[in-house]
Design a protein around this ligand. Structure first.
Ligand code: APR
Length: 172
């Protein structure tokens, strides 16, 4: 059964899925944006566990418990900071999605939601990031039956409209 891949508008901390992905920084010790929202909603035990993870390089992912969240696990990935596009930002962003999905499948997590990684504080242009996100997810899930659902959880209506447009284009 191919994965159901779709986009919604909402707060990723409210989703009751196997995994939600956090757009973290390399310390994994919390921050603003979705990182701050996830740590606030999950509670202090999350930070205690993250301290023991010892950080994460850009483009890679780590997994933790979800504590007070409805999700079962949190996958923390560190997106690239946009510096104009000449520093492998596109490859690193794709790698965030791939590593996060790999961690999910290795941990038997069949449903996963992503925020729009790197498009906030890290300044990655949304119109460049969304096609990379969609292409990475479609390529990873193609031909596999161990991922049942991937949700692009957009925080704004503007972001949702773009992801819907990119998903439609990817399917034609
Ligand atoms: N649910 C879903 N999406 C959210 C939420 C939320 N509760 N809060 C913010 N977002 C969206 C933002 O609107 C943006 O579209 O997540 C996307 C990613 O933005 P950031 O959270 O700023 O993440 P990023 O651009 O990857 O920057 C990461 O910011 O918070 C710090 O510690 C973090 O240093 C790291 C950096």
């Amino acid at each position: 059964m191919p994965a159901r891949i779709h986009s919604i508008q909402g707060d990723i901390t409210s989703l009751e899925l196997d995994a939600i992905v956090n757009a973290a920084n390399s310390t994994l010790l919390g921050g603003g944006g979705v990182d701050g929202a996830i740590h606030r909603a999950a509670g202090p035990e999350l930070l205690e566990e993250c301290r023991r993870l010892g950080g994460c390089p850009s483009g890679e992912a780590r997994i933790s418990g979800a504590y007070r969240l409805k999700a079962r696990r949190i996958i923390h990935t560190v997106g690239p900071v946009w510096r104009g596009g000449a520093y492998r930002e596109r490859e690193l962003l794709a790698s965030c999605y791939e590593h996060s999905l790999q961690l999910a499948t290795r941990n038997g997590l069949r449903s996963i939601a992503f925020p729009s990684i790197s498009t906030g504080v890290y300044g990655f242009p949304l119109e460049l990031a969304a096609p990379i996100a969609v292409k990475s997810v479609l390529q990873f899930t193609d031909g596999r039956d161990d991922i049942g659902e991937v949700v692009f959880c957009c925080f704004s209506a503007h972001d949702l409209a773009l992801y819907q447009q990119v998903l439609r284009a990817a399917r034609t």
